[in-house]
Write a protein that binds this ligand. Structure first.
Ligand code: ADP
Ligand code: MG
Length: 648
């Protein structure tokens, strides 16, 4: 092993540094665009070809580089942004390490054309994969044009690490989206392979940026955030949860003083403000810019500067939570519920002061009745049935007393895991306290052999809350959650159809248009077969739009779109990090949308049909809905007797 210690030649050191700063085209675009932002530009055009490998060009109308300093700008640790150590702690510019240009030059051909306002004539300077040229005079407008070509031509090892051009272009598109969102007052134009992907107008309105980068669907579904407490201000926009939600967090952007950062804690806190308005596994849309004194933010903890540390963390978290809440719900909730002339609360009113309805309430209802066709009763249905009236049903909230709204809203606001379930349903759950842990089932049901007929000797007693089927035998009472059961039935059927390669799609009378980001559009177009397999027949509709002609579910357009977006983000994730259960997940999404959402009164034969199928599934060891919630819970006779104090 050689043991002579030597200082690395500059060219090697630059290449190593380039590994960090100029890792891939998107990283280079980031550095160049940030330089343009720091130069005070209000118009920045970014152009890439072949994912940025062939060409990256960033044109800005900023301050330009003085002619005499062009060469210096390309030296390592050359920066105009940091003079001494103290500046490090109050950084308000994007760059300050002085490493970007030197690193990029080490691995690509770079041309800069630049002029300052003070100078009549500009400068052109070219370096070719680390070999410097001489600056020459050139006539040009004020600002800077940076052109980066033939990336990694001299470092084949790095080249190998690059992904397909379309994937690299996708990374650049994501970056450009975030940059545009972070600087609404800069007009960004972004071109990929000679096509304009988006261009923002720089009017400072975040909603206009959202419109340009994400499309109309998003722009219509967001509410602006502007919330100040003390010396911290939160601005940006949040997606109304009933209109916009996603299967992952890629549509969440957090900025600090206009700089994109990654921070899971802040993301979680913002999500907390959406609690109870989104189904589990769904993530909200937001763009949040935290404005606070630069001294209170340490941006220097990560070389790419996407991770930061905060002083006053607690305070900040609080402000984020309330900032998002107030954008979603207007002012803090009033003490008294809004009531109509007769003193009854209405959901519309609730909405205006804060209680968001769970999204599922908007979904047109499939019914259990539609689902079940009559078959010969298997269990003895001659037993008594009770017509349980169900005043507090989820579809009939308007009948509830105002006090109930108040209770529900408060529960929501303090953030307890509560759905807008009718009060009495909750009561039953609270008092009976059956163990709902899947592992306890067999014990609860008194079953160790999964193949046993769990409902042997049972009579169907009836249905309660239009939601649960009650059965009883000599020594045990059972409750079947009919929705959980139906979700499972649907899932099993779909899985079967999928396994048999049956067509899952149905033709839509009117095709649905969806607007996507450039990257999403690419993902779909490159993976049409996957979408087809899950029942989506899709056609390119020009720009970044698609037409959905056939779908696996026939419900509202909104539902279909939301399923499509869900499937898309799952597919995107799966492409990045393939998972074994992707197909299961996709089928689950579909069956979930198909499943029955509201309550449904059943006739005895209909109940019997459910009971028989549940029993059959139990025989196969399937005891939960696809999301792991129990289908059946039970109470032993002695448990009930204990509660009545009959036995101790
Ligand atoms: P840093 O941004 O960390 O200072 P860079 O290597 O990215 O380091 O840039 C070096 C210097 O070159 C900057 O400090 C700035 O003075 C100058 N510079 C780079 N790009 C531009 C630009 N687009 N407009 C004006 N000046 C620029
Ligand atoms: Mg820089």
């Amino acid at each position: 092993m050689p043991n002579e210690i030597r200082v690395l030649p500059e060219s090697v050191a630059d290449k190593i540094a380039a590994g960090e700063v100029a890792e891939r085209p998107s990283a280079i675009v980031k550095e160049l665009a940030e330089n343009a932002i720091d130069a005070g530009a209000d118009k920045i055009t970014v152009e890439i070809k072949n994912g940025g490998v062939k060409l990256i060009r960033v044109v800005d109308n900023g301050c330009g580089i003085p002619r005499g300093q062009v060469k210096t700008a390309f030296l390592r640790h050359a920066t105009s942004k940091l003079r001494n150590e103290n500046d490090l702690y109050s950084i308000s510019t994007m760059g300050f390490r002085g490493e970007a240009l030197s690193s990029i030059c080490a691995v690509a051909k770079v041309e800069v054309i630049t002029r300052t306002a003070d100078e009549e004539i500009g400068a052109r300077y070219v370096t070719d994969h680390g070999i410097c040229g001489e600056a020459e005079d050139i006539a040009c407008s004020v600002g800077t044009i940076m052109t980066v070509e033939d990336l990694f031509a001299n470092v084949p090892a790095r080249m190998k690490f690059l992904k397909k051009d379309s994937t690299e272009a996708g990374y650049v598109s994501d970056l450009m989206t975030r940059l545009a969102l972070s600087k609404p007052d800069i007009a960004f134009e972004y071109l990929c392979d000679d096509k304009t992907v988006f261009s923002t107008n720089g009017d400072g309105d975040i909603k206009n940026v959202i419109l340009k980068v994400y499309g109309l669907k998003f722009a219509k579904a967001v509410t602006a955030v502007d919330y100040t407490e003390g010396d911290i201000r939160i601005t940006g926009a949040v997606g109304r949860p009933e209109e916009l939600s996603f299967g992952n967090r890629t549509k969440q952007t957090i900025l600090v003083n206009g700089r994109y950062i990654k921070n899971h804690v802040i993301a979680k806190i913002a999500e907390e403000a959406f609690r109870n308005t989104l189904m589990t596994g769904r993530f909200p849309f937001f763009v949040l810019n935290i404005e606070m004194a630069p001294e209170l933010v340490d941006v220097n903890v990560h070389p790419a500067k996407t991770e930061v540390k905060f002083a006053k963390e607690r305070e900040l978290y609080d402000i984020i939570y309330h900032g998002v809440k107030s954008a979603l719900y207007g002012e803090r909730p009033a003490e008294k519920p809004v009531t109509d002339a007769k003193g009854r609360g209405t959901f519309r009113d609730i909405g205006s002061f804060g209680g968001a309805r769970p999204t599922r309430e908007k979904i047109p209802k499939n019914t259990v009745k539609n689902y079940i066709e009559y078959t010969k009763p298997k269990v003895d249905t001659a037993a008594l049935t009770y017509g349980f009236e169900n005043e507090g049903h989820a579809d009939k909230e308007d009948k509830k007393a105002p006090s109930e709204y108040q209770t529900e809203y408060k529960r929501d606001f303090v953030g307890r895991e509560a759905e807008y379930k009718p009060r009495d349903t909750e009561d039953v759950k609270d008092t009976m306290q059956p163990s709902s842990h899947p592992d306890d089932f067999d014990v609860q049901l008194g079953l160790s052999d999964a193949n046993a007929n769990i409902f042997e000797d049972c009579k169907i007693i009836g249905q309660v809350f239009d939601t649960y089927i009650i059965l009883g035998s000599q020594d045990r009472m059972f409750l079947i959650d009919q929705h959980a059961a139906l979700e499972r039935f649907g899932f099993e059927e779909l899985k079967e159809a999928y396994a048999k390669n049956e067509k899952l799609s149905q033709l839509l009378l009117t095709p649905i248009t969806v607007n996507l980001s450039h990257g999403e559009h690419d993902t779909v177009m490159n993976n049409l077969d996957i979408f087809k397999r899950f029942g989506f027949e899709i056609e390119d509709f020009g720009g970044n739009s698609l037409l959905i002609n056939e779908t696996p579910i026939i419900t509202s357009d909104e539902e279909i779109k939301s399923l499509f977006y869900e499937l898309l983000s799952a597919a995107e994730d799966n492409i990045k990090h393939p998972v074994a259960d992707f197909e299961e997940k996709a089928l689950d999404m579909i069956s979930c949308k198909k499943a029955i959402k509201g309550g449904d009164r059943l006739s005895l034969p209909e109940m019997d049909k459910v009971v028989s199928r549940v029993e059959e599934l139990y025989g196969r060891g399937i005891k939960t809905c696809p999301h792991g919630r129990p289908i059946v819970i039970s109470f032993s006779r002695s448990e009930i007797e204990k509660r009545f104090g009959r036995i101790v």
